[in-house]
Unconditional design. Structure first.
Length: 358
């Protein structure tokens, strides 16, 4: 659909009610086309939210005109020109709740808001300070940036519910990244408590950094507001092969249950890659795994708020579109983009968030 803010864009917007009159968190998705006016697009799909953090999937040739600089994440993928495809935007916006913008290192890096049940921080566009440092050091430094931004919200890493890491050239240094993450987690005692859900994907970025990050943190105020890890019925814990994230996690709020599913790829129960070289097999298994997690929490594909599908090559887009139609997922709010997955033989990955009302 063509409109004032873009061409061929399909938009969706779903809201979760907070513990304050008329307050809500809104998840907005615009997929499948070119964005021409970010401000108008956000105004259209974010429900009038005065505070918003957006992810722009648009390649380096597209500007960020109109998008608020507050935590903006610009995703470039790994392939340029016709081999890459970058189509859409996702955003989390809040309205009717007390909130403010967060700054770290002289930059606006996110928003903080709260209701009677919890305090929330949404961070984006986090970069290491020294872009010339070795990649391992840059990874450690981006955790430091995350902590610094959280501190300004009166929070710390123990409140982190979900993370995203976009590593430039991920296949060349994913082992070093995992070692850096493990070192940070050991130092902060993360392995002795909740390990955040996460996505780790290959993408270039606007700063030329080795890594870019996002995070969603929650500080509960009431006992009934809490979050915990959710296992995958069809896969082993990622921790079993020293990839330090939870397969999924759920935040229990008095008004809703909010489920986030980490980046999910074609991994067999023992941790090895399944369907090597078979894009359709990998897509179907990844969707089966995500669907099983949804079902285990009493949810289905109709409860999905947002999702991102990562395709290693643009040539795989028709296969994903075909399988999406065959499974009745044409209306799934999903941005699909080109990116490298964390293993050379993985061709597809999907992440998603879903919710069910109390």
């Amino acid at each position: 659909m063509d409109n004032n803010f873009g061409k061929n864009l399909r938009t969706s917007s779903k809201a979760l009610p907070l513990c304050a009159k008329s307050a809500e968190i809104r998840f907005a998705v615009a997929e499948g086309g070119e964005i021409s006016d970010g401000a108008e697009l956000l105004a259209s799909v974010a429900g009038g939210g005065s505070l918003a953090v957006a992810e722009l999937y648009a390649g380096e040739s597209a500007g960020a005109s109109g998008f608020p600089p507050c935590g903006l994440t610009r995703f470039f993928g790994t392939q340029a020109g016709e081999k890459g495809f970058y189509r859409g935007m996702e955003a989390m916006a809040v309205s009717g709740a007390e909130g403010r913008r967060l700054e770290f290192g002289g930059k606006r890096v996110g928003i903080c808001f709260e209701d009677d049940c919890a305090r929330y921080a949404v961070l984006g566009g986090l970069f290491p300070r020294d872009l010339s440092a070795p990649k391992y050091r840059q990874a450690l430094d981006v955790f430091g940036a995350m902590e610094g931004a959280l501190k300004s919200a009166g929070m710390d890493f123990s409140n982190v519910f979900r993370t995203w890491f976009y590593n430039d050239g991920i296949l060349d240094w994913y082992g070093d990244f995992n070692r850096a993450r493990d070192a940070f987690f050991e130092k902060r005692g993360v392995f002795g408590r909740y390990v955040p859900a996460s996505t780790g994907i290959g993408s270039r970025n606007a700063e030329g950094a080795a890594i870019m990050a996002r995070a969603f943190a929650i500080l509960p105020k009431r006992p009934e507001a809490k979050f915990s890890a959710v296992p995958s019925p069809l896969q082993c814990p990622a921790l079993d092969y020293r990839s330090s994230f939870s397969r999924a996690a759920e935040f229990s709020h008095p008004n809703f249950r909010y489920l986030t599913i980490s980046g999910t790829a074609s991994i067999e129960p023992g941790g090895k890659t399944a369907h090597a070289g078979d894009i359709r097999g990998q897509i179907n298994l990844s969707l089966d795994v995500a669907g099983a997690i949804l079902e285990s929490r009493g949810m289905g594909w109709g409860d999905v708020l947002r999702s991102v599908a990562y395709l290693k090559d643009a040539a795989y887009e028709p296969a994903f579109a075909e399988i999406r139609r065959a499974r009745g997922l044409e209306k799934l709010p999903c941005v699909w983009i080109q990116a490298d997955v964390c293993r050379g033989d993985l061709l597809f990955e999907i992440e998603l968030d879903a919710a069910a009302a109390r």
